[in-house]
Write a protein of this length. Structure first.
Lengths: 402, 634
């Protein structure tokens, strides 16, 4: 099964457990150096360097440390982690074991999206096998002082729990709401202990990097974005699916891979990403251009972009944790504003107010959810001007509700 | 280190809401202080101090809403956002810790625009008009709107209420239509008081602060302390206001309306008239009450002294039973019963330990019973025609009035309990400028209280008063403290202890010779919980007397006191009380001549005698955490 997919990094050939053996050979410091030098950035979307996270956690002075695999894949249009979790399970576990070894964690969690509960038994069974093989548990691969085990925890369908601090709150048994950052989880994470939270895909990269080396890894992708990105392609195309492409791949070439035609717009990065019009299809996937958690949603010319934005905003309205004002109260305002735009009842001044509000949400929301919630709205208003008409006056009674 | 607040050590706050610990971060190479440049002002701040604390230290005002000096940080309203150099997004000043040199702009165009939009969003679903709100002119949202020049609703405004008001409780009313979801009440209830009645439920724009299963407040384990009211920035929480009924009674010529005033309101009500915290207006208040039309103005301190006599005697009797009669069924330590919030707390959370609570009624209830018996007889007034009103710093006193057992005189002991805030409103309605009124005294015979009674207002006060009397009963000598100041039980530490060795005891109390009396004082129910857990673990076996007040700081920090509250304000109020106390002619409860008189004329069989037991003592209800078979309403 594992040979079915082809790709430059994660989907490339690797022999199971060789990387772990190599990691144990080069030692903790060796692993930390390799990961830092590889310039591997978080694949969840934010792109924080994994090596920095690991080094901070490794140097933190605490006898309890944790590694958490963020498998709360909830971004609309992403399904790559599901593929990785089912088809590359041991690779991810191996990445986690290496991470645990490097930072000094004895315990790890996989925080599995509630909707993925069907994968739960598979993960548990794989872990049981690995325990038998002395890859998990006490004295891994006969190293007396390296013990590590993993527990799978199910989320309950809250998108915001993909945000790492909300995830930790949820792990602790609290309402899944993002914490104030700083301090960051690498200092005070799960139960107040240093915790590294890495995306599934980030961890799947680790064994390859350890085994094949920094030079090999950096030869893939662009100068600022080393390696590859696994993308989930959906929407108006003939070949939707999960693909691994090197960073620097243009949107245009992704459309070709997916066999899309008559494309009007591409939403990169899911609901919280940006929506590109045709004129920007030459832009490249990468941290220096379009950063993405991996979702590519293709819209053909029959789609109404205001409807698409509306759909995304309703998603956020549903998923906002309700903690901070800009996100909780701002999203409904944007939804109503979009409604006015659709009906042609929004004037220039009110649209400017809405865009100012969108900026406030992007700047002042407590976590990434609120900060990116207005992105689609702004993209559509900026890039698809032909799809709406402004009125001369916004009727005030439209704004008074209840 | 960053400033510590009252709630930071509580066990129940989620990690995200506790004061963050920066020891781990600070252990690095950076040292104890960090350089911060705030709006071009360069300062050094302690490692881990927040941007808000740093700004305040140089008198730069950053607006806040969800932040409260008593509470753990939340960082949810986002009103306090500032620009931090090097950060992509704006940061909440209240929760952004300074752990490296930092440059901050607190009022740039970006910041002002964001704050304005956020305030607009808060106003959007804030239902109601300011002029019909109890918090008009004392509302943080209103103040913010003014400060940020809001003259119209950019993003609209709600026209209809969304939620039904909850007026089920005798003490606290909730109107969630005015709630701005700052969660101060949640943090107060969970972190500060460790009661945990309120929590956020649902998500996004459906988020709502609810009780357990959204039941009415009367059907959950609310202890009525009203600390949530004191910290609510808007009018979403208020105390049940009986001022109309009180006015009606005053206006009814057939009624004889008396008022007793508790010690702490006199040290706080001035704040409602613009006086700085810690300005006592006892005698001006008497004048105001008389002018309003109360027939008699009495002092709750009289029955505070009576409480000391009764509770002190109860303590000595329990000690005698235990130490002399070797009765192992006697529950010691004895816990005070003055604070109705604390009483309801133990009824809910530790019902199996109720025998530790003194059976003495609170001063308010003793007063009610005495007014409708001794006073009525003395003055030849039909008790049925007496309306007994109390001025209390407390919302839980309203509930206490309504306890069905509080009618030992044959009538309801106390008819109405007004909070400090409510009385301030009535005085304003009467057009009186309280601070500038002439002074006048309380009325006899229930208008004289000792200094010991006055200090009931502050945490440790009941204990200090009891020690002054009990020690003297046992030894015949004054307590061995300079100017009678029992310092170990004073101050704002959450839990205080003191020991007092008994030497040369009088013959009646010889069994106490050589004993060391051990006492403990706790305030805020979070500390009450700690003390109760100690009791359960057997760590209080050698303690004799424990004072607990439900509110942080004691009654001066009560849920009926003027808003706002803060550690500094409570400290100032307490200082005013201690200062006033030292000027009083009597400093010990048993010295109060009217106390001597009542035991001579009326309670002839003495403290804890038969009549005392009937009128001045009470029983408690083991409520537990599950209340009734009330239908679950969703």
């Amino acid at each position: 099964m594992e040979n079915k997919r082809k790709g430059p990094v994660v989907f490339s050939e690797i022999k199971s457990i060789d990387a772990l053996k190599e990691a144990l050979r080069i030692g903790r410091v060796g692993v930390l150096d390799v990961v830092r030098d590889s310039n591997l950035k978080g694949r969840g979307g934010a792109g924080f360097p994994a090596g920095v996270k690991w080094n901070l956690a490794a140097s933190a002075n605490d006898d309890k440390k944790y590694i958490v695999c963020n498998a709360d894949e909830g971004e609309p249009g992403t399904f790559k982690d599901r593929v990785l979790l089912t088809e590359y399970t041991r690779l991810i576990f191996e990445g986690m074991i290496i991470a645990a070894y490097a930072i000094g964690a004895k315990k790890g969690f996989i925080y599995l999206r509630g909707e993925y509960r069907s994968i739960f038994p598979h993960l548990v069974n794989t872990m049981a096998e690995m325990r038998k093989e002395n890859l998990l548990g006490d004295g891994i691969l006969k190293n007396k002082d390296f013990s590590f085990d993993i527990e799978v925890r199910l989320g309950f369908g809250a998108y915001v729990c993909g945000e790492e601090t909300a995830l930790i709150e949820s792990l602790e048994g609290n309402r899944g709401e993002p914490r104030n950052r700083p301090p960051f989880p690498v200092y005070t994470g799960y139960n107040g202990h240093p915790t590294v939270v890495n995306n599934v895909e980030t961890l799947a990269n680790i064994p390859h990097i350890i085994l094949k080396g920094v030079k090999w890894f950096k030869s893939i992708g662009t100068e600022k974005s080393s390696g590859s990105k696994i993308i989930s392609v959906s929407g108006d195309c003939k070949k939707p699916g999960v693909y691994e492409v090197p960073f620097g791949t243009t949107v245009k070439s992704i459309l070709k891979i997916a066999a899309a035609s008559d494309t009007k717009a591409v939403q990169v990065g899911g609901a919280s990403g940006v929506c590109l019009p045709k004129s920007q299809f030459d832009r490249k996937i990468g941290f220096e251009d379009i950063s993405t958690g991996g979702s590519i949603i293709i819209f053909n010319s029959k789609r109404d972009m205001l409807d698409a934005a509306d759909n995304f905003l309703h998603f956020f309205q549903e998923e906002s944790c309700g903690q901070c004002t800009p996100c909780r109260e701002g999203i409904p305002v944007l939804i109503e504003g979009l409604e006015l735009l659709k009906r042609g009842e929004c004037d220039k001044k009110y649209l400017d107010d809405l865009l100012s509000l969108a900026e406030t949400m992007q700047l002042a929301s407590k976590c990434g959810l609120g900060q990116s919630a207005p992105n689609m709205f702004v993209s559509v208003v900026d890039n698809f001007k032909s799809e709406y008409k402004l009125s001369k006056n916004t009727r005030k009674e439209n704004l008074f509700h209840g | 280190m960053a400033k510590k607040n009252f709630a930071q050590d509580t066990s129940r706050a989620p990690v995200s809401q506790r004061t963050q610990k920066f020891e781990k971060v600070a252990k690095g190479s950076l040292g104890a202080t960090v350089k911060a440049v705030i709006d071009d002002i360069e300062i050094k701040v302690p490692m881990g101090a927040t941007v808000l604390e740093a700004a305040r230290s140089v008198n730069i005002k950053i607006p806040t809403l969800c932040q409260h000096d008593d509470l753990c940080l939340a960082g949810v309203c986002r009103v306090c956002v500032v620009e931090v150099e090097g950060q992509r997004t704006l940061q909440a000043a209240c929760s952004f810790p300074i752990t490296a040199p930092i440059k901050v702009k607190t009022y740039s165009a970006k910041v002002r625009r964001a704050r304005r939009n956020i305030i607009q969003l808060l106003l959007r679903n804030h239902y109601g008009e300011c002029y019909s709100c109890a918090r008009n002119n004392n509302c943080e949202l209103q103040a913010l709107a003014k400060e940020y020049g809001i003259t119209s609703y950019t993003f609209g405004h709600i026209g209809q209420p969304r939620y039904k008001q909850d007026k089920s409780s005798y003490s606290v009313e909730r109107d969630m239509n005015k709630c701005v979801l700052c969660r101060r009440c949640v943090r107060t209830c969970i972190d500060l008081q460790e009661v945990g009645v309120l929590e956020a439920s649902e998500r996004g724009q459906n988020t709502k602060i609810v009780t357990y299963l959204d039941k009415p407040l009367n059907d959950v384990v609310c202890i009525n302390c009203g600390q949530c009211i004191n910290r609510c920035p808007t009018g979403a929480l208020k105390a049940k206001d009986p001022s109309e009924e009180v006015w009606d009674a005053i206006d009814d010529p057939k009624k004889h309306v008396i008022i007793q005033t508790a010690p702490s309101p006199r040290a706080a009500i001035g704040e409602a008239f613009g006086l700085p915290a810690g300005t006592s207006v006892t005698k001006q208040l008497n004048t105001a009450l008389r002018r309003m039309g109360f027939d008699k103005v009495f002092d709750t301190n009289f029955t505070a002294d009576l409480t000391i006599m009764e509770e002190g005697t109860e303590l000595l009797l329990r000690l005698k039973k235990k130490l002399k009669d070797k009765d192992s069924n006697v529950a010691l330590p004895l816990f005070t019963s003055c604070s109705p919030g604390w009483v309801k707390y133990i009824e809910h959370f530790y019902p199996e330990k109720l025998k530790h609570i003194s059976t003495a009624k609170s001063p308010q209830q003793m007063f009610g019973a005495i007014v409708k018996t001794w006073y009525a007889q003395k003055e030849g007034i039909d008790p049925a025609g007496i309306v007994s009103v109390s001025l209390m710093p407390c919302s839980a006193k309203k509930f206490e009035c309504e306890r069905p057992e509080m009618n030992s005189s044959g009538y309801k002991d106390v008819d109405f309990a007004l909070t400090t805030r409510e009385l301030a409103g009535m005085i304003k309605e009467s057009g009186m400028d309280l601070p500038n009124l002439p002074e006048s005294n309380f009325d006899d015979p229930l208008g004289t209280g000792s200094g010991a009674a006055l200090i009931f207002a502050a945490t440790g006060g009941v204990m200090e008063a009891a020690i002054r009397t009990v020690y003297e009963i046992v030894t015949g000598r004054e307590v061995p403290f300079d100017k009678l100041r029992v310092k170990p039980v004073r101050g704002m530490n959450g839990i205080k202890t003191a020991e007092l060795a008994v030497k040369n005891a009088l013959p009646d109390w010889r069994f106490l010779e050589g004993a060391v009396l051990k006492v403990m004082v706790g305030h805020g129910t979070a500390n009450a919980r700690k003390i109760m857990e100690m009791l359960l673990r057997g760590e209080l076996d050698d303690y004799h007397f424990v004072e607990i007040m439900a509110c942080p700081g004691g009654c001066i920090g009560g849920g009926g006191q003027p808003i706002p509250t803060s550690p500094e304000i409570r400290k100032a109020r307490a200082q005013a009380i201690y200062k006033e106390e030292e000027g009083l002619p009597y400093r010990k409860s048993h010295d109060n001549p009217f106390i001597k008189m009542i035991y001579k004329e009326f309670l002839k069989d003495g403290p804890c005698g038969h009549l005392s037991h009937k009128l001045l003592h009470t029983g408690y209800t083991a409520r537990g955490k599950w209340i009734g078979n009330k239908k679950v309403v969703r």
